[in-house]
Design a protein. Sequence first.
Length: 204
Amino acid sequence: MGLTGHSYRLVKGTLNDHSPEPTISVLGSSPGITTSISVVGGTTTASDALPSPTWEEYYIGPVHGETPTVYTNAHQEGIEGSSVYPQEKQISVYSGECVRFQFSKLCEHWTSERHGLGKPPLLLLSIGGRDGRKKEMVPMETDGYWWWLDVNAIDLGAPGEGLSIFMVTNFDGKDGRGLSKEEFLAKRGRVGMAFAGIIKWDLI
């Protein structure tokens, strides 16, 4: 049909004597992208009814709803907003799933010391515990490029609460930058500390 290099599945066709340019609607190889083919004088032409997906949509898939709140602090710390997962702002605590939280740096060459504000801060996920009865700050795992943490949905907190990732700004009266996971776990609850939010979701 003049569409070399693409595979198409026929969805609907309309051909009648009163239509000077009969059209056939088909579904292209990209999910959700409908292409309209006009049949004119025995030839066919194609034009996309919707634009091609962006790289972010292709990489992480389409987002069906509001996205998480990503604060300015996150961008200052070199976090790529489009890499944030879960992709949707609302997270169900009764899904029965294990939820992965993850995000990456802007690029592998970005460093906090060279491009940011100094030593990298320790990042924590603040969870409420089952029914919101056991609040806890849990350090994110990291390999220097990705940050991630897996938590059972039921342990995230109660519906209606917020769920945030924080950076430690002050720890035991000192600048929080460069704080290690081990030092945080050894002293939490026994020294003063301060935080700044960088990403936020809502629990439902």
